[in-house]
Design a protein around this ligand. Structure first.
Ligand code: LLP
Length: 422
């Protein structure tokens, strides 16, 4: 996003024009920024470890247009459910370009996951006999909880360590692979996803070392060749202005060094290195644009906008910070103000005492940044406030990639018994 003469432009289009054409609230994504983010990670890691592949975690922003951009760049898809696998397939990703890392899967999930022919990544040993009931995958991976995780978002998205629900305890990992080998499975991978949004470069080699120590022993003891090791997502982005960014070069270099060192130490044939980033690709390439509908002066001065926690839940859910710009008023005098959405919940009052233009007024367009990851995908219909539109911009052209929901979408799939209609 750039500012010219006080007005904001996303992908070369004025935000005021996008708001007028598509209405608000609307998610806007910049295609070139997504491509540049992907290429940056790909080129940096490949430089230090050429046998490298990435899977985009579809859950972060599941619009098929976005998944297609990443597919064109070379990414596979990391899927959390059968429906995400179907989404990946609908854009032409299948087989070993799709990783299924579901959690607490039902028998139906297992059956359909297996039939879909994608890479199965099991979150627990107990799933293996259930999986084998339905068939034997050619290639199997287990998600390991290496005992440590962290996240800039806090405990909420720390996905490994003793308090996390994910992955297999280090002591049980060997049993999992032994059972799989005894069942006749021939090809293996290993996986972890220890936390999301980490900007500390040294964290990545550290957790890589933990995982490699666990699976290196498995490889030796069971004589298993790991074709790949998937280190999950987690590459973080700064949310607050001035917050330090992840040193990607350092993260890639140190992770590759650790990976090579541990592969050698355990006599492993160097496995392919996989990553599953999402936030790093789409987080800073998406914005929500909204309108100020009212300014209220009560105990506090609050600007009421159409960007509530139904549209962007991260602040209410995790206490996350999202920076807000006001189109045409960035250089105006500032004052601590509040900003809220339109829901009947006080957690929707998600900006408190933020320095905002003091002449903020009805009709102003506000832009909430770093909303591309876990934004639209976590939106919902509470209070009859329906899900917003999504627009993709590319070098000065805008394209509507998801319609704004309408009343019919709110009652679709509901059924009223005849007896209640009299
Ligand atoms: N792989 C797996 C198995 C995952 O569960 C996730 C995200 C990723 C990859 C991508 O992680 P990333 O590169 O984005 O860190 N809703 C939270 C984030 C939850 C992360 C869930 N898993 C948020 O808004 O901060």
């Amino acid at each position: 996003m750039e500012m010219k003469n006080g007005n904001f432009y996303i992908g070369g289009i004025a935000v005021s024009e996008l708001a007028a054409k598509y209405g608000t609230p609307t998610y806007v994504y910049d295609e070139q920024k997504i491509r540049a983010n992907y290429r940056k990670v790909s080129e940096t890691f490949r430089k230090y470890y050429p046998n490298f592949e990435m899977f985009y975690a579809v859950k972060s922003c599941n619009n098929p247009a976005i998944v297609n951009i990443l597919r064109q760049e070379g990414a596979g898809a990391d899927c959390a459910s059968v429906n995400e696998i179907l989404l990946a397939k609908s854009v032409g990703l299948e087989g070993e370009k799709v990783m299924f890392s579901g959690n607490f899967l039902s028998d139906d999930d297992i059956k359909q996951g297996l039939e879909s022919g994608v890479i199965f990544n099991l979150d627990d040993v107990s799933l293996l006999p259930r999986l084998l009931k339905f068939g034997k995958p050619e290639l199997l991976s287990f998600r390991v909880n290496p005992g440590y995780g962290k996240s800039n978002v806090g405990e909420y998205v720390t996905n490994a360590g003793p308090n996390a629900k994910f992955g297999i305890h280090p002591d049980k990992v060997i049993d999992a692979y032994r059972m799989a080998k005894e069942a006749g499975i021939k090809r293996f991978g290993a996986h972890m996803m220890t936390g999301s949004c980490i900007t500390d470069a040294e964290y990545f080699p550290f957790v890589t070392g933990l995982l490699m120590d666990i699976i290196g022993k498995v490889s030796k003891e069971l004589d298993i060749n790991f074709e790949f090791v998937d280190l999950g997502g987690g590459l973080g982005i700064p949310y607050k202005p001035g917050e330090p960014a992840l040193d990607l070069e350092k993260a890639a270099q140190l992770t590759a060094e650790m990976f090579k060192k541990k592969s050698e130490e355990y006599g492993m044939k160097p496995p392919q290195l996989k990553l599953e980033p999402a936030r790093y690709f789409v987080g800073n390439a998406g914005w929500v644009i909204g309108t100020v509908h009212a300014i209220k002066e009560s105990y506090r001065k609050i600007a009421g906008t159409d960007i509530g926690m139904n549209i962007l839940v991260r602040p209410a859910f995790y206490g996350s910070y999202h920076h807000i710009y006001v189109d045409g008023k960035e250089d105006h005098a500032r004052k601590p103000l509040g900003m809220s959405g339109q829901l009947c919940e006080n957690t929707d009052f998600w900006v408190k005492d933020r320095e905002l233009p003091e002449d903020l007024s009805e009709g102003d367009i506000v832009i909430c940044e770093n909303a591309g990851a876990y934004g639209f995908g976590m939106s919902y219909q509470y209070n009859g406030r329906l899900r917003p539109a999504e627009v993709l911009v590319n070098n000065g052209e805008a394209f509507l990639i998801r319609d704004r929901e309408e009343f019919e979408d709110m009652i679709r799939h509901t059924h009223v018994p005849e007896r209640l209609l009299s």
